[in-house]
Design a protein around this ligand. Structure first.
Ligand SMILES: Cc1cc2nc3c(=O)[nH]c(=O)nc-3n(C[C@H](O)[C@H](O)[C@H](O)COP(=O)(O)O)c2cc1C
Length: 370
């Protein structure tokens, strides 16, 4: 049984453990002749890389990606994809497995230790092995390739809430996202988060976050009815990220509080290739198919489970125990989840572009007959 692959036509398989020699992935189904270099992938990986500020784990991993296969330098000197499987590898260089020897017989609360053990009868206790979010580096690498399949689309993410503190959406500025260590679009909120998260970090505690992903330039028509819905695939992809406990599309859970008049996005005639939508409560998806409006998804990331405070737990043999996780951990894993969320949405969109082409062909123009 294999559950390490996702996507139908843009297909990503990842492998590797937190404290093994390397992590990697195979991206199969990528169309040929797309320009692709290691630098293209590295730029996205560098945004997820640990140890870049005091607010993320101090594990020092350069996350240098190697392309092993699937590219070729053409006659014009440009390296392009060949349409064959693209193999990517990142070596693990800063494992400190001894940090984990004390906890080998104990289950860390909030981690996958108990569930892996009860399912498989064996677990790699060094940093959680396969359950570690180290694996998400390969999702980001695959996402960088997916972006190449989406030339007109732009997939961006931002942290919009930390603990109970929400940003002021009126101050949303995408240019701010790259200027603070939180991927936060509200400069004032970012300044507040700095002080707030320092307090949490110094107390040896942790806090959760909400991340919003916005994909602009998505053509209308992506996604398929019933079991191939674009929003369902995005929700599954985001929910598969470590520590994610909630996903919503568009107005999401808030839609339950709206009336029909408030919620249904009205349409007016337009010559822009799309109806003029008055709002985007649908998050860019109706009936599982993209409307051409921005696709908007949010996901909630739980607080880091490994904290300095001692916690109560049980051992493999069922005895009561106390546990203190040493290791190096992010006080808010939601921060580094931002590029991971972008990558998952990019992979889903790339998969749906190829699925749309396979079944329907090109994209239709609107107004119909226009
Ligand atoms: C980018 C990222 C980094 C993470 N780093 C840590 C960490 O340093 N310590 C920790 O306890 N959990 C961390 N997590 C979360 C755990 O991997 C996750 O909670 C654990 O594997 C249990 O899985 P679940 O929360 O999805 O059920 C991280 C998650 C993400 C997305």
């Amino acid at each position: 049984m294999s559950h390490n692959t996702f996507g139908h036509l843009f297909r990503v398989t990842t492998f590797g453990e937190s404290h093994g020699p390397a992590i990697g992935c195979v991206v199969d189904g990528c169309p040929p002749l797309l320009p692709l270099t290691e630098a293209d992938i590295q730029a996205d990986l560098d945004r997820r890389r640990p140890g870049q500020s005091r607010f993320t784990t101090q594990r020092r991993e350069p996350d240098a990606v190697k392309i092993l296969s699937g590219v070729f330098v053409g006659d014009d000197g440009a390296q392009v994809t060949t349409g064959t499987p693209i193999g990517l590898l990142i070596e693990n260089v800063d494992q400190r497995s001894k940090d984990y020897s004390d906890i080998a017989p104990k289950y860390r609360p909030g981690h996958a230790d108990f569930t892996y053990d009860v399912k498989y009868g064996i677990r790699d206790y060094r940093g959680g092995g396969r359950s570690s979010a180290r694996e998400t580096a390969m999702r980001v690498a695959a996402g960088a390739i997916a972006r190449k399949v989406l030339p007109g689309a732009r997939v961006r993410g931002a942290l919009v809430q930390m603990g109970p503190h929400r940003i002021d959406r009126a101050r949303w500025d995408w240019d701010e996202v790259g200027k603070n260590p939180f991927f936060c679009p509200d400069a004032k909120a970012a300044a507040f988060f700095e002080e707030y998260l320092d307090g949490i970090r110094k107390a040896g505690s942790s806090v959760g976050a909400v991340i919003e992903i916005v994909a602009e330039g998505v053509p209308p028509g992506l996604g398929a009815p019933i079991y191939g819905k674009l929003d369902a695939d995005i929700a599954a992809a985001l929910m598969s990220i470590n520590a994610v406990k909630g996903v919503e599309i568009g107005a999401g859970m808030g839609a339950a509080e709206l009336t029909g008049e408030e919620n249904a996005d009205e349409m007016r005639p337009s010559n822009e290739g799309l109806p003029g939508f008055s709002s985007n409560n649908a998050g860019g998806v109706l009936g599982g198919i993209s409307t051409g409006q921005p696709v908007v998804a949010r996901f909630a990331v739980k607080p880091t489970s490994s904290i300095l405070a001692p916690r109560r737990t049980v051992t493999r043999s069922g005895e009561a125990a106390d546990i203190v996780t040493k290791g190096r951990h992010d006080p808010c894993v939601g921060i580094r989840a931002v590029p991971v969320g972008e990558a998952m949405v990019a992979c889903v969109l790339a998969d749906h572009v190829l699925r749309h082409r396979a079944q329907v062909g090109g994209f239709r123009s609107w107004p119909a007959g226009g």
